[in-house]
Design a protein around this ligand. Structure first.
Ligand SMILES: O=P(O)(O)OC[C@H]1O[C@H](O)[C@H](O)[C@@H](O)[C@@H]1O
Length: 258
């Protein structure tokens, strides 16, 4: 089974296209061309798995606080660009003819490929010619899969950061624990990025947390005891994990950066 099941293309209130993907069992994801941002991921029972803030502003040029903003070419304020770079505030296009990916990245998945190229203005801020290809896919099992490919289209080397700034929907932050970050070093954004080592076996949350865990393993689990749901987050080629929890809001943004 190999299908690219784009079910529907709609326009949001600003006239920007959104693409709905659905798997045969009915699990779905919706991605906006604004920012290449996944805004929804639903189970086959229709339950939303991503959080979007009720205060999110759906009006360009604001970034949307919710779903999965793409941070590129900078994560956070670690660089000269605006917070999280410009990709989350740009209009992406659908790439009808992307360079081939590994067959496993297509097999049994419903997917769409998006493309971002720098505008003249972007090149003034960040003078590097790139093509950013993003594949968003939903698997036969209802998993959400994202693959990013950044191509340097001239010969001058450049470095960048990328993050999937994923806002997971959880029931009650007091009922959540995270496994897979034990014993790692992290930079604490609430303490001027000072470096600490994680001591606990699993992580629970009692107050605001804003950290980047360094060189994490490729599987992290987020257990939500109240909703009896476990998110398993698998990554490849992205070394670090960030974790931000705002209190008292019931959301657990989770992100990966490199
Ligand atoms: O408000 P935004 O620009 O979307 O950033 C949202 C969050 O991004 C990261 O998680 C940073 O570590 C946080 O300090 C920041 O609050």
């Amino acid at each position: 089974m190999d299908y690219s099941g784009v079910v529907e293309v709609t326009r949001d209130r600003n006239g920007i296209e959104e693409i709905l993907l659905r798997n045969p069992r009915g699990a779905s994801t919706r991605v906006s061309l604004y920012g290449g941002q996944v805004l929804s991921w639903r189970t086959d029972q229709g339950e939303e798995l991503l959080f979007t803030s009720s205060k999110a502003i759906f009006k360009p040029p604001n970034p949307v606080r919710g779903g999965i903003p793409i941070c590129f070419p900078q994560f956070g304020n670690r660089g000269a660009l605006e917070q999280h770079g410009f990709a989350r505030k740009k209009l992406w296009v659908v790439d009808g003819n992307p360079p081939p990916l590994h067959p496993n990245d297509s097999y049994g998945k419903s997917f769409v490929d998006l493309l971002l190229k720098p505008s003249e203005d972007d090149l003034k801020m960040w003078p590097h010619s790139f093509e950013f290809r993003l594949r968003v896919a939903i698997t036969a099992e209802g998993n959400l899969a994202m693959v990013s490919r950044i191509r340097n289209i001239n010969c001058k080397p450049f470095s960048f950061s990328i993050a999937y700034h994923t806002y997971l929907s959880i029931s009650d932050i007091n009922e959540v624990r995270v496994e897979g970050l034990e014993t790692l070093d992290y930079l604490d954004n609430l303490l001027r990025r000072e470096r600490f080592t994680e001591q606990g076996d699993t992580l629970t949350f009692e107050s605001e947390v804003d950290r980047v865990y360094l060189s994490s393993s490729d599987v992290i689990s987020v257990f939500d005891h109240q909703s009896k749901r476990t998110f398993q987050i698998r990554k490849k080629g992205l070394p670090d994990v960030g974790k931000t929890v705002y209190f008292p809001h019931p959301l657990l943004p989770f992100l990966f950066a490199s």
